[in-house]
Write a protein that binds this ligand. Sequence first.
Ligand SMILES: [Zn+2]
Length: 156
Amino acid sequence: MREIKYIVVHCTATPADAKIENIQRYWKAHLGWKNPGYHYIIKRSGEIVKITDEQNIANGVGGHNRYSIHISYIGGVDKDGKPIDNRTDAQKHALFNKLVALSEKYSNATILGHRDFSPDKDGDGKIEYYEWIKACPCFDVKEWLQQYTPDLDLAV
Ligand SMILES: [Zn+2]
C-alpha cells in the first residue's frame, strides 16, 4: 500500500463539455506523460470516473505525487479561459462524498486544493492569490468543506 499524505482536489481547466478521452490524449500526446493526471474525474453529471487505481501514481502536483491521490472535476475555466468555480451541484455533491470516503480510507491524509501547494512567498502562513502557481481548483477547498451541507444542496 502507498502511504497517502494528501488528497488533492483539481479542476481540469478545460471547457465544461470536454471529453475525458481527449483529456487523456492531451496528457499522453502533449505532455508526454506515462501516468494519468488524476485518479478520478467527476463529470458535470456528477458521475465519478476512475482513471487509475489508487495504488498507482498520478501526475497531479509535481514533487508530491508519490504520496497523493488526485481528484478533479471537469471545468474550472470560463469561455475566455479565466479561472472560475463552475462546478455543478451534482459535481459538488459527488466531490464531497468522494472526499469523505477517501478521508475515511486514508485517515492520516490531509485534503488540499492544488493551489495550496504554492510556496508561501511572504511567509505569513497563508497562501494568497498572488502566490498561487495556478488557480486550480478555483475555490478554497478547506473553506468549502467546512460550509458545504449536502442535504441543503439536494433540497435545492
Ligand atoms: Zn490541478
